[in-house]
Design a protein around this ligand. Structure first.
Ligand SMILES: [Ca+2]
Length: 378
């Protein structure tokens, strides 16, 4: 399935390039350094196109399936669907149910999906005693989409208690509408709202563009192409965004927990650290903390989490991520927003579409083909 891919012709060409390049890359491959954390992927469930998830009430993990169902993972395995919006979404292009998030007290569940018109939609449900109350459903925010790809769609609560929503640049290729740098649209942005603070939501007063008549007050940061997955470090509160590249550079962006927002991550004047189509670098460009090219390491970054679990002490504090095309699970060592090491964890999660952070900060890997893995010590 071509989730997040460009036209299939382009993908075919990319895969061919990647496979040719692999011969050279593997010749240079050295064994894992001695301090590489030893992990294994333990398959804990099979789902139908698992695409997103969140730690739920009572130590559970809730898994969203792309076609519109949500199931609860417990020691007994995956439940029957506890939510089914499959009649309200489609899976053409890069559409579907794309994200779920609970607020801190598990009082509300939020879902992020594209509706039958392709419009990005964030809905809220009250949750009581661990169960969704369907009659409380309401729509919090919508964003029309000019094309079926680059919807972003990830949603997370920050340490500040606000809901963050990632939107891609609207799609097609090369950001034809210039949405990345346009502060008058939510496309190509990370958005920050208070979903319970107003009807249908409130804009936090300290959002960076509040009071700027030419900018949307919901915007937290901008210059993003398709920020498919982002997360907050459960230890430090720092923000990490995996932003999928156009055709050359995959990137990971970082912001300190102390950030006041307003970061410009560059797209579509920059792709990674490189000017895109001869554009000039914006003066306020915040370059990625990490980028990689398409020569063998993949073609579509899947942002993960900084590992803060207990089971794998050697991995603690490292940012775990992967790539949809490559599937190898990798880790970045970070110090004060600088990458100090990169390791290949020597395990493959298939077509890695997403990660989930469980209630004790253990990490799960979702293969869109169906497997749900937990990252365990080897
Ligand atoms: Ca960028």
């Amino acid at each position: 399935m071509n989730v997040r891919t460009r036209s299939s012709a382009i993908v075919g060409a990319l895969c061919l390039t990647a496979s040719l390049a692999l011969t050279t890359a593997s010749a240079d491959e050295s064994p894992a350094p001695r301090d590489t954390p030893k992990v294994q992927l333990k398959k804990v469930a099979t789902a139908k196109n698992p695409i997103a998830g969140a730690a739920g009430p009572g130590g559970t993990v809730w898994v969203a399936e792309r076609a519109g169902t949500v199931r609860v993972l417990s020691a007994r395995g995956l439940s029957e669907p506890v939510l089914d919006i499959s009649a309200e979404t489609t899976t053409d292009g890069e559409r579907g149910l794309l994200g779920i998030a609970f607020d801190k007290k598990f009082a509300h569940l939020y879902i992020s999906f594209t509706n039958l018109e392709g419009t990005s939609t964030i809905d809220e449900f009250a949750v009581r005693h661990g169960k969704i109350r369907p009659e409380t459903r309401r729509t919090v925010l919508t964003q029309t989409q000019p094309y079926s790809n680059h919807n972003g769609g990830d949603i997370k609560f920050g340490p500040d208690g606000y809901l963050y929503i990632a939107f891609g640049d609207g799609g097609a290729g090369g950001d034809p509408h210039g949405n990345g740098q346009n502060l008058d649209t939510l496309l190509g942005k990370l958005v920050r709202i208070d979903p319970r603070g107003g009807k249908p939501y409130a804009i936090p007063k300290d959002n960076p563009f509040v009071g700027d008549a030419k900018a949307k007050g919901e915007i937290w940061s901008y210059g993003l192409r398709n920020p498919w997955r982002f997360s907050f470090d459960a230890g430090t509160g720092d923000l990490l965004i995996g932003d999928v590249g156009q055709s050359a550079w995959e990137e990971i962006d970082w912001a300190s927990a102390k950030s006041k927002g307003g970061e410009n991550y560059g797209w579509s004047r920059m792709e990674g650290n490189h000017p895109f189509r001869d554009a000039t670098e914006p003066e306020n460009h915040v370059p990625p903390v990490f980028e990689y090219d398409r020569n063998g390491l993949g073609c579509s970054v899947t942002g993960g989490y900084v590992y803060r679990g207990k089971a794998i002490p050697a991995l603690r504090g490292q940012y775990v991520y992967s790539d949809y095309c490559d599937g190898t699970v990798r880790a970045l060592k970070l110090k004060n927003g600088k990458v100090t090491g990169v390791s290949d964890l020597q395990v493959s999660g298939g077509e890695v579409i997403s990660f989930i952070q469980g209630s004790r900060n253990e990490l799960y890997v979702l293969d869109i083909g169906g497997s749900v893995y937990r990252i365990d010590p080897a």
